[in-house]
Design a binder for this molecule. Structure first.
Ligand code: ADP
Ligand code: MG
Ligand code: ZN
Length: 558
């Protein structure tokens, strides 16, 4: 049988999606593959169809225990013999399945990575023929990714133990260079056919909302989408719990999910959402990899995540059925502070830390740009578009008037220059505003010719403009905990009068709301700092800070 017939007869589809045929064909021909397709792109078929075309058993390594059963059930319904091995089985079930695998009863075996190097499994796989091993969600092997699973590192050892090296197929929706390099190197893919299909998700609307009262916005949004299913992502467990409570009190049908909940509780909550018993899922980033709920109509990020990759994966859980859906990121400067603290309390090498900061900044830029958001996202994944405007993102649809800010930009750029490109956004804004801040005076900046030349603006407004200039490339920000504002080649063009800059008016934040938010942030920062100290000193936090329990502190984690 050929792939086209299998597609029709077993799966009931008329034609292949982008990349599917090429990948299947390569595998059947005997070449390793690396398939990079967006969420919902149809990666599963790329290993399921070859499995049917090859002698022996195909192994599918997947971290998604909850999804294995669903996939296996679906395959069986289509008349394909498949099974799975993971920690949900009893010892007896496990034994039976292993025997069945030995007897050649299955074409496809899904297996969790932790099971690979167990004695029982190794005993069997050395007796049977395994022509092909598919590694789903293969970005989990890379420490650069946000979904790193230590058990994925066990895969190469397992492969080496097989009698014959099988063909390898790695599949992921992640397309960043470091991760792809890692996948190829760690798995030792042999001259793989590498296919990256387009990353665009045309049915998704992308929006960024800033300078808003997030709660008000959210409530309003939910009221206007009351019969729809959606996910709301928050940064920490604590925020998940408080938002869930608040929405429940207001009568919304809500489930929640975070890393601090027990397994049972999490599963119940996830099922309630998957089977539409509750419409809204409020969760940290612990929720979602591989979630195959087709009718998610919106994904709202109540807090900004840590990078574009994580954002696109999470947002991509909307509209898997191809229907119009919305992905909205609610931005506030406090979220950046929050993300930086999360970075700080994580132990990592300096090189990696720089990268993490840089990736964070790219997402901050996404939030401040006036460019088409879709274009920005696709460019991040290395895809060039032949259009400037998608017509379906909050920037393309924003027709508010733009103001010429070339003069302001020139003032800012020359101030950065005069401050020797050595200070952060706040300091630059303070100098331009003519602030009497102690640090400003100590450093003698009151003598700079640019001191106070923007005293008709608040420092906050100046900061907004600087962030916009960074987002558009007229300024750059160094990586690290205390980023410094630098000039770029584009700054020179502006200073020489070769380029004009236009910016939309920002909506002013409600002042006391902001004050309260800042106060809250400070409190949180304090806790995060305590946790950091505790971690550094290798002492349980409650020893140093008896008023704060470990459990309480864990609430500040995702
Ligand atoms: P991924 O793993 O890439 O996120 P899946 O393999 O889960 O995506 O596929 C997403 C959905 O698309 C599934 O419902 C699947 O049945 C469907 N699908 C896959 N390939 C095709 C195709 N060629 N034609 C129509 N639907 C397809
Ligand atoms: Mg998949
Ligand atoms: Zn657009």
């Amino acid at each position: 049988m050929n792939p086209n017939r299998i597609l029709k007869e077993y799966f009931g589809y008329e034609s292949f999606r982008k990349g599917q045929y090429e990948l299947i064909e390569a595998i059947v021909r005997g070449q390793d593959v690396l398939g990079i397709m967006p969420t919902s792109g149809g990666k599963s078929l790329c290993y399921q169809i070859p499995a049917l075309l090859m002698e022996g058993v195909t192994l599918v390594i997947s971290p998604l225990i909850s999804l294995m059963k669903d996939q296996v059930d679906a395959l069986r319904e289509s008349g394909i013999s498949a099974t799975y091995l993971n920690s949900t089985l009893t010892v007896q079930e496990q034994r039976t399945r292993l025997e069945e695998i030995r007897n050649g009863e299955y074409k496809l075996v899904y297996i969790a990575p932790e099971r690979l190097n167990t004695v029982d499994f190794l005993n069997i796989v050395t007796d049977i023929s395994i022509p092909f091993v598919a590694i789903d969600e293969s970005h989990c092997i890379s420490q650069w990714g946000h979904d790193f699973r230590p058990s994925y590192k066990e895969i190469p050892r397992f492969i080496r133990r097989l009698n014959q090296r099988p063909l390898l197929g790695a599949f992921t929706a992640t397309a960043t260079e470091e991760i792809i390099t890692d996948i190829k190197e760690i798995l030792k893919l042999d001259r793989p056919l590498e296919i990256i299909t387009g990353f665009d998700r045309p049915n998704l609307y992308f929006g960024v909302e800033k300078g808003i009262d997030k709660k008000k916005y959210l409530l309003n949004y939910l009221k206007n989408h009351s019969d729809q299913s959606g996910i709301i992502y928050c940064a920490t467990r604590k925020e998940v719990e408080s938002l869930a409570k608040e929405l429940r009190d207001k009568g919304f049908s809500v489930s929640m999910y975070h890393g601090g909940m027990g397994n049972e509780e999490r599963k119940e909550s996830q099922d309630a959402f998957l089977y539409d018993q509750s419409l809204i899922m409020i969760a940290t980033n612990a929720f979602g990899m591989g979630i195959d709920k087709s009718n998610v109509r919106f994904v709202i990020h109540f807090n900004m995540p840590k990078n574009i990759e994580a954002y696109y994966q999470e947002a991509g859980r909307a509209g898997r059925d191809g229907e119009n859906s919305e992905c909205i990121l609610l931005f506030s400067p406090q979220d950046v502070v929050k993300q930086k603290y999360l970075i700080e309390i994580t132990d990592m090498q300096q090189e990696r830390e720089q990268m993490v900061y840089k990736n964070l900044q790219t997402l901050v830029d996404y939030c401040h740009t006036h460019d088409c958001l879709r274009k920005r996202l696709l460019e991040y994944f290395g895809e060039n578009t032949d259009w400037e405007q998608c017509g379906k993102c909050s920037n393309c649809l924003d027709h508010r008037e733009k103001k010429n800010i070339t003069l302001e930009a020139k003032k800012i750029l020359s101030c950065v220059y005069r401050m020797k490109e050595s200070f952060g956004v706040t300091m630059v804004a303070n100098v331009l505003n003519g602030s009497k801040n102690k640090k400003v005076l100590e450093l003698g900046f009151q003598n700079l010719s640019t001191y106070g030349i923007m005293d008709d603006y608040t420092t906050k407004d100046i900061q907004q403009i600087i962030l916009f200039l960074v987002a558009e490339g007229y300024l750059a920000m160094t990586e690290g905990k205390y980023p410094v504002v630098k000039l770029t080649p584009q700054s020179v063009a502006v200073l020489k009068g070769k380029e004009e800059i236009f910016k939309r008016e920002d909506i002013n934040e409600i002042e006391n709301q902001t004050e309260r938010a800042v106060h809250e942030t400070l409190l949180k920062d304090l806790k995060a700092l305590r946790m950091k100290i505790a971690l550094e000193k290798h002492v349980p936090p409650y020893v140093i800070f008896p008023d704060t329990t470990l459990k309480e502190m864990a609430m500040y984690l995702p």
